[in-house]
Design a protein around this ligand. Structure first.
Ligand SMILES: NC(=O)c1ccc[n+]([C@@H]2O[C@H](COP(=O)([O-])OP(=O)(O)OC[C@H]3O[C@@H](n4cnc5c(N)ncnc54)[C@H](OP(=O)(O)O)[C@@H]3O)[C@@H](O)[C@H]2O)c1
Length: 215
């Protein structure tokens, strides 16, 4: 598939790199450093390039949104249109100082995003995994007991695309249902982050938290 990365930081940079290594065609975009986008494309050792958000979205089978909540409107403005596109978001609706969710309980960041791009098909995925574990999960992708990864969305084809990418990255996709389930997965992400960054064991602890027991 052709994947447009909108936000090439800790999450977007790693997910794009691994998707390129997994055989997908990746365009990295949205960084303050053009050189960083080019380095990501080079070091991913696959079919990858650097471009603008509009380049990343053009002809993309899926766009992966991985920016801070405060940057969402800016990246969407730079993309232009996402009409008919699959948009997979891991962007959490965090306050500027990252202390709290600014949307919760009665809605979610994923639903608010879908409201901003009504003609796109939004899937919420990858928010529940700390970026630090992505490379090791990918390295173990041929193992029988893969970690589960929750996703949700309202559009069947978009969910199939997301599930394929989740599988290619080494996880077992776990369909949580419609996009409104992000009201529950986004606070769950806060728990995963607390476990990952505030407890001994670091990000690996969150990885175990999601791992399926061996059968
Ligand atoms: N990190 C995690 O483990 C994790 C886990 C789950 C969910 N999330 C969510 O995923 C989203 C992305 O997180 P992240 O950790 O990947 O963030 P990040 O490392 O800060 O990456 C954000 C990207 O946006 C770019 N950016 C920021 N301001 C910009 C500007 N003014 N112009 C152009 N580009 C700009 C950054 O550019 P630069 O390259 O110049 O920095 C970077 O490429 C967030 O919503 C976060 O809540 C993160």
């Amino acid at each position: 598939m052709r994947i447009g990365i909108l936000g090439s930081g800790l999450m977007g940079g790693k997910l794009g790199t691994l998707l390129a290594r997994g055989g997908h065609d990746v365009v990295f975009s949205y960084s303050r450093s053009e050189g960083k986008l080019e380095r990501l494309a080079r070091e991913s050792r696959g079919r990858a390039s650097a471009g603008s958000p509009a380049d990343a979205a053009r002809n993309a089978d899926a766009a992966l949104l991985a920016v801070h909540w405060s940057r969402v409107d800016d990246v969407l403005r730079q993309v232009g249109t996402l009409s008919g596109k699959v948009v997979i978001t891991c962007s959490l609706p965090m306050s500027k100082d990252d202390s709290r969710l600014v949307i919760a309980n009665t809605s979610s960041g994923a639903e608010a995003l879908a409201g901003k791009i009504p003609h796109a098909h939004v899937v919420s995925a990858f928010g529940t995994v700390p970026s630090e574990v992505l490379f090791s999960v990918f390295a173990g992708r041929r193992r029988a007991n893969r970690p589960s990864l929750i996703y949700c969305g309202d559009h069947a084809r978009a969910k199939r695309v997301a599930a394929r990418l989740i599988r290619d990255l080494g996880f077992d996709p776990l369909d949580a249902g419609p996009l409104r389930m992000a009201r529950y997965t986004e606070p769950f992400t806060m728990l995963v982050a607390q476990l990952a960054y505030e407890r001994p064991g670091g990000p690996g602890l969150a990885y175990q938290f999601e791992r399926r027991p061996a059968r």
